[in-house]
Design a protein around this ligand. Sequence first.
Ligand code: SF4
Length: 63
Amino acid sequence: MTCKWLKICPLRRLEKQGKITDKWRKSYCETDENWKNCKRYKYDEKGKYHPDNMMPDGSIKKI
Ligand code: SF4
């Protein structure tokens, strides 16, 4: 099962804009399990703020 936010995650917009590659989607969002390790996902579960340009590993991408 992929991440429940796969289709509406802000990272999809950044992909469409060419600001990030599909590597995050392939290594986190579309995987069966690894989305559980995504910091965006974890922050969301805790209701903790995270900017749109925070990547699944917690790094902030300059956009
Ligand atoms: S970046 Fe994280 S929260 Fe967003 S779709 Fe991918 S795994 Fe889910």
